[in-house]
Design a protein around this ligand. Structure first.
Ligand code: SAH
Ligand code: SF4
Ligand code: F3S
Length: 439
């Protein structure tokens, strides 16, 4: 049997797309290999969000080239966002690549395999089909992804995603409900709704079929055996009253929201084209917390955006302090080809960017430690993900607020337990099972 190996880079959208890529490879009769070296078809699902992502992938690609030099029967396939962003020069620069496709053309991989996989060919820029409509080989039995939309209509000036993932397209309502029900029947108890901008869901649907993100959150509650719903990422500009109300009233929506801030400086936000300023963001957080007092908030922040001054950076720290996030992903601004910000004057020097990142990370860590310490003594609802990797007398799971919880005694993956928290670090909570909510 011919075998494949898929290496995935980037965000959860790519993790989900890779489930579909593996599904396609398996429906074409290939079996999974444990490493690229053991595979006949070496597949990469790529990311290009920052320069570092490109660098990491290129190392893997060079390794694959070396494997192919030793065994020319191997096939190298490159999908995903980097692939799309390189469509004009990919085959010229990397002639050993056999097949390439963009994130909207995953199903073309099936055609390539059916055709015997001989011609070097690329499929880009057309949006053929939602990955979610393709067969899947899911990695986690109890957790499922539900892609609700594809692409992004925002024009954040630093971001390459709209140019590689295209305009926003929502999946039809009934398709989503059917898929959610299928996943739950298949054993999934936690669904994560995926989209670049989840809370603008539905706006592009025909009027007769138009439903909103708020309606989706409410509807999912009716799926009886579904215990939890997560979603990533909402955009602050679309976090309207109906969405907050639906989340607050929901049985299944987790008490966690990832709400990307990007910068706390209103002038930087304007140049980023985020369409909100610091005051509006803070007011939004207040409304969210008023409706959902227990909610854990996390965010994304970029330091060193072109023209960012010390005062701008101080504004970011001030908003961070004011919100008191549970955690944050922090990034150094990376100029991306074809984006508006890449050509802006006043690029911030590397040493300044690094110093700001370091200062921000210290604040993030302090808040994470404090927010977690405040949970000692509390009860957390935990979805068990599996045994702890280091200590078999404990198991690992995730709280409603999306924190890693290590607890004893161990319980089987997929159960939902109530854990009393006894200690905490900035990264994890530890505790003891007090009750089983769902076996
Ligand atoms: N659509 C999602 C995620 C976008 S990518 C959203 O808008 O929330 C994830 C994060 O990468 C972004 O939130 C941003 O913080 C970061 N990012 C995007 N482009 C970047 C760039 N050019 N340099 C540094 N960080 C970037
Ligand atoms: Fe990129 Fe902005 Fe769209 Fe997010 S909302 S994917 S940061 S353009
Ligand atoms: Fe990367 Fe594409 Fe996701 S660029 S972050 S894999 S949308």
């Amino acid at each position: 049997m011919r075998r494949y190996h898929v290496t995935t880079f980037g965000c959860q959208m790519n993790d989900h797309d890779s489930e579909r890529i593996r599904g396609l490879l398996e429906s074409s009769g290939l079996g999974e290999a444990s490493s690229p070296a053991d595979a006949d078809v070496i597949v990469f699902n790529t990311c290009t969000i920052r320069e570092k992502a490109d660098g990491r992938f290129l190392q893997h690609l060079m390794h694959a080239r070396a494997l192919k030099q030793r065994d020319p029967s191997k096939r190298i396939v490159v999908g995903g966002c980097w692939s799309e962003s390189m469509k004009d020069t990919l085959f010229e620069e990397h002639p050993f690549v056999d097949f390439a496709f963009g994130p909207g053309s995953i199903s073309r991989l099936g055609d390539y395999l059916q055709a015997g996989g001989t011609l070097p060919e690329g499929h880009f820029s057309t949006f053929d089909e939602f990955a979610g409509d393709l067969p899947a080989n899911r990695e986690r039995p109890h957790q499922g992804w539900l892609q609700i939309s594809q692409g992004c209509n925002s024009v954040c000036s630093y971001c390459i995603v709209p140019s590689v993932r295209g305009r926003e397209q929502s999946r039809p309502w009934q398709v989503l409900i059917d898929e959610a029900e299928r996943l739950v029947a298949d054993g999934v108890c936690e669904l994560t709704l995926l989209g670049q901008n989840v809370n603008s869901y539905g706006r592009d649907l025909p009027v007769s079929d138009r439903r909103s993100f708020a309606e989706l959150i409410t509807r999912l509650d009716a799926i009886e055996r579904l215990a939890r719903v997560r979603y990533t990422s909402p955009h602050p500009k679309d976090m309207r009253g109906d969405v907050i109300e639906a989340l607050a009233a929901s049985r299944t929506a987790c008490a966690h929201m990832h709400l990307p801030l990007q910068s706390g400086s209103s002038t930087v936000l304007k140049r980023m084209r985020r369409t909100y300023d610091a005051a509006r963001y803070l007011a939004l957080v207040e409304r969210i917390r008023a409706a959902m007092p227990r909610i854990a908030l996390t965010t994304d922040i970029i330091v060193g955006f072109p023209g960012e001054t010390d005062a701008d950076f101080a504004d970011t720290l001030a908003v961070y302090e004011a919100v008191g996030y549970d955690h944050a992903f922090t990034f150094i601004y990376s100029p991306r080809r074809g984006t508006e910000a890449a050509t802006m004057a006043e690029q911030v020097p590397d040493d300044v960017k690094h110093a700001r990142l370091e200062a921000l990370v210290a604040v993030v860590q302090r808040h994470a430690r404090e927010r977690n310490a405040a949970l000692v003594g509390s009860h957390q609802q935990v979805l068990v993900e599996g045994p702890s990797r280091t200590d078999p007398s404990t198991a690992r799971g995730r709280s409603d607020g999306n924190k890693t919880v290590i607890f004893s005694p161990p319980r089987p993956a997929g159960s939902l337990v109530d854990v009393v928290i006894e200690s905490a670090t900035s990264q994890t909570l530890r505790g003891t099972v007090a009750a089983t909510i769902l076996a």
